[in-house]
Write a protein that binds this ligand. Structure first.
Ligand code: MG
Length: 270
């Protein structure tokens, strides 16, 4: 099931996407569907996707992200592959939806980079869960772009600003429920910038699987419904290209994951 949150006629809705049609549900946020086995009511109303403005699929509680979770990406930036997950946090206020604008001030950063990633949405409270049970706590999956200001990442020595600036966490366009993605390690991620392919990765190549990450993170933090995990990016980021390439005013960046959808955002430099 593909769920999306959208605006239409001044109202906010949640619906199930079927081709170009949205079956409107009688709720206002995905949180009302968590835990994942919660019942939901169909209103019987159908909306056209073309008439709707897609919103971020959810406003996460916390966003936990994993650095260097693909060996080839660690290598391209001259980093060692980590021996345990490299965890950082992204500000929930950075979230925007598909079609929204990624924007930044020229005075803040001149090295804005893309990172296409699979995002995991937690649907049940998880505390110290095992790897074998971990996927039972997943509500669904969406597409993320872990937009990164490389100059701030280097200068600040930690990543709060680099990864957490307003608009730097596009999510969407839809959430695919976990029952439709039995194996999150069998997905392909492709990132394009202005139509040119930059990243082509397979979630099979993650160093630490989704199961591993949920178990690992749940030992440090209680994971709540609506929390999001960004699982790391494959090789092909702009900083590693020769010469380095970054996003600029008017750049259009898309991240597509098979079976989920395509997350497209335009960039604006202020
Ligand atoms: Mg990342």
């Amino acid at each position: 099931m593909k769920l999306l949150r959208y605006a239409l006629g001044g109202e906010t809705y949640v619906g199930v996407l079927n081709g170009g049609e949205i079956m409107r549900l009688g709720l206002r946020s995905l949180a009302e569907l968590m835990p994942a086995d919660a019942a939901f009511a169909e209103t019987g109303d159908l909306d056209k996707l073309a008439d709707a403005r897609i919103l971020p699929p959810l406003l996460p509680g916390k966003i936990l992200a994993i650095g260097r979770n693909y060996a080839e990406h660690a290598r391209e930036l001259d980093n060692e592959a980590p021996s345990e997950p490299l965890v950082f946090a992204v500000m929930p206020s950075a979230v925007i939806g598909a079609g929204d604008v990624i924007e930044w001030e020229a005075a803040m950063t001149a090295q804005v980079d893309w990172e296409g990633e699979l995002a995991v949405i937690i649907g049940r409270t998880a505390r110290k869960v095992s790897q074998s049970d971990a996927l039972d706590f997943v509500f669904g999956y969406t597409v993320a772009n872990d937009v990164s200001a490389r100059d701030l990442q280097t200068r600040d020595k930690q990543w709060t600003r680099a990864k957490g600036l307003d608009s730097f966490c596009p999510l969407g366009p839809v959430v695919v429920t976990a029952d439709d993605i039995p194996d999150p390690q069998a997905l392909r991620i492709v990132t394009t910038v202005d139509g040119v392919e930059m990243q082509r990765g397979a979630t099979a190549d993650m160093i630490f699987s989704v199961r591993h990450l949920i178990a690992y993170l749940s030992r440090a933090f209680t994971l709540y419904p609506g929390d999001v995990i960004l699982t790391g990016t494959p090789a092909g980021v702009g900083k590693a290209r020769k010469p380095p390439q970054f996003l600029g005013d008017g750049s259009v960046v898309s991240v597509e994951i098979d079976g989920i959808g395509k997350l497209t955002n335009r960039c604006r430099v202020l």
